[in-house]
Design a protein around this ligand. Sequence first.
Ligand code: BG6
Length: 507
Amino acid sequence: MSVGTAPANPFTQDVKQPLPDPTTLVIFGAGGDLASRKLIPAVYNLLLAGLLPDPMRVIGVARRHDVHSFRKTAREAIEAHSRTGFDEDAWKALEPRLEIVQGDFGNPELFKTLGERLERDDARLGITQHVFYLAVAPRFFAQIAKALAAVGLGSGADPPTRLMIEKPFGHDLESALRLNAEVASAFDESQVFRLDHYLGKETVQNLQVLRFANGILEPIWNRRYVDHVQITVAEDLGIGHRGAYYDSAGALRDVIQNHVMQLVALVGMEAPVRFDADTIRDEKVKLLHSVRRYKPEEVPDFVVRGQYGGGWVGGEEVRAYLDEEDVADGSRTETYVAMRVEVDNWRWAGTPFYVRTGKRLPRRMTEIAVQFRPVPHLPFAGSDIGDVEPNEMVLSVQPDEGASLRLVAKVPGQTMSVRPVQMEFKYGTSFLGDSPEAYERLLHDALRGDATLFTRADEVEAEWRIVQPVLDVRQSGPGPSVYEAGSQGPPEADELLAVRGRSWRQV
Ligand code: BG6
């Protein structure tokens, strides 16, 4: 296998992509879980796809690693998590590019050492940009950003620098505003790449193509033709070993504030005039600003919170949330949220977006279902034709990536009876080859300086403004209702939709 050039398979690489400029990628928290599960495998797969800059080096910053242990961990990470498996030749090409700077993020000396190392390599290797990835606990975000700026690696740095930050960006509106202000004191907004990995998913990107490259959808994509929208991010998994984080976050902060609000924005936004970062993000922010902010007394009517009890998922008995590791006794943290989102603008007024997310539901499933209004009049009077379900377009984000449109068709035979049928497009059959992992796409975009799929400061703030009223009453209001693991979630969620025959799609 040749490494560093595009693979021969014409189906996976039919568009030759421009290579990013020669880069040093610095990963803070290189010894952590995120680096192992996502980042290092993403770097490796970009190398295999011939998409890494040349030269490119990766400097891990970690407290406990030296270069040997870092390379060993990186190799194990690729063996365990790479989408494409492990190839010895490719690893040999990557291994010498991995280096380490050892130290503590709290120590200014670390940043001086890092700065000197970068300067030395710039000259020696012809590196022309630096990308800093903060794969660290959120409490270090601002500290690291400021420490980088203090050694000349922040705004105005030469060569240019970028900062990639993982969610969570704050734990409420106030802390998000503070974090954005602190980061802004060190880096220009154009240098900051806030990562919401949902935006790197193929199907999420395809939403824009479906909407804005197909003329037939736009005329019906509005309150006149759409009865309501359902967005579901369901997981069969529980919280695993993340109890300490999750118990202080909950589903509202963990998934609704970011991934779900991004999906709402992409489904609801107006067509951008250009496909560039700021034009698209302007449209998304405009949509997020049109989402109604509930008054405290309205929240119980529009939001349902749940917490999983024990039960069975995938044939396995699982314990209740309250019995999970690192969860506080009697915790009121929600693992499920269903919410009615009202978009108060001309396109969507009166057409609700029902969104929900939950852990320990029957299976992993993320989808967007656009349910159209029923026909105004059925001309088949007198015949017992069966149920005429309204048309529905479903974009399946995962696991069976694709899109389908439900139509009503006549059942062949002498009588006039009807049944719903599906027109389907599936990624697996329409396109050969695997989709890249979200992290591959996003890392590559950040290396190229394309911020289209990253969340801007005002966008994050707009997302928090929507969930903040719910967070506020969460402290004082009733606790979440318990649902059985493996069920569809709390029954109260059904009541949210129970008007005009609406009901949730089955998970
Ligand atoms: C993460 C959340 O952001 O998204 C997790 O912290 C959640 O709790 C995950 O499981 C879901 O992502 P995906 O890609 O598996 O749908």
